[in-house]
Design a protein around this ligand. Sequence first.
Ligand code: KG4
Ligand code: ZN
Length: 356
Amino acid sequence: MATVLALETSCDESAAAVLRFDDGRFQVLASCIASQVEEHAQWGGVVPEVASRLHVEALPHLVGKALMEAGQSMACLDAVAATVTPGLAGALMVGSVTGRALAALHALPFFGIHHLEGHLASVHLGECPPRPPYLVLLVSGGHTELIRVGVGGEMQRLGRSHDDAAGEAFDKVARLLGLSYPGGPAIQALAAAGDPGRFSLPKGRVSKPGGGFHPYDFSFSGLKTAMLRLVQSLSEAHECLPLADLAASFEQVVAEVLVERSLLCANDQGLKAVVMVGGVAANRRLRELMGQRGKEQGIEVHTAPLAYCTDNAAMIGAAALQHMASGGGLSSLELGVAARWPLDKVKDLYLDTPPF
Ligand code: KG4
Ligand code: ZN
């Protein structure tokens, strides 16, 4: 049995959680989040300086709250974990310094966690977690990737977006439609009353240099431009835009692209399960469509619990506990933060001489 305090500050959510891993099962004892969304909404996106300052203000309270809700003190813990990459460097630094200081002060091991590994671990916080091998569709504000997770937990990226991430496309199209940030939930709410078949939109394919297409890759920039042109031409013809139909048609095409390419990749790889994680995995239409098409094709679909799709610290704790259970080493207290770091080099975060 191991209990960990985990911190997440990579973007615009400050979060602290206390998790336990016992007899092969995760137990979230507390998961506290202070969202900065309202502060950033007035600017239409995340302002890095503001994010760092708000993390500094929020984190001490969140740590105290998480420990209190979990009924734990620092003395009961076995480790401290914090996201160290990828993300906004200043924002990451707040969680990383706090985590390392707490670990040093209480003589606990420190684990620096890759944010995407956290998203991948989030599905294990659900009722019936999948068993590898499986294909993960990771869809967030910064990433759209298809990752094969092998029997031993080894990861191989099989597909990616060549431009905007799916969440970024939701955020940009929401701004175009005059909706608030973050765009995903705003588009989903508006789309509920719209006709998803009203407008036909492009499914953005990525060409190979020698001809043909990358079958598992994504491109959302053409879709964004198509939405812009559509809005412009509708504005010229109408007095008021059919916002619900625009939102529903956009949401539908994004869901279709994500589902079609994920299932094609899973089938080609002989994988019988698809896992969805990340903020966009909270999308209702995407969850429904993946569930329905997966069933038709005999592929099991597992989605991270709704509460752990968007950024949170419980998923960071789950990644740390998985790493500890697998007997992996701890991170150096010298480990800093990095705005980017490849997922396939995640082992370097536990080197005695850290990579950053
Ligand atoms: O995973 P996340 O919280 O942060 C990153 O690591 O990026 O994902 C945030 C993204 C935002 O782009 C947001 O618009 C999107 O997830 N999102 C959604 C929904 N909820 C959040 N997109 C579509 N539908 C949703 N319900
Ligand atoms: Zn995230």
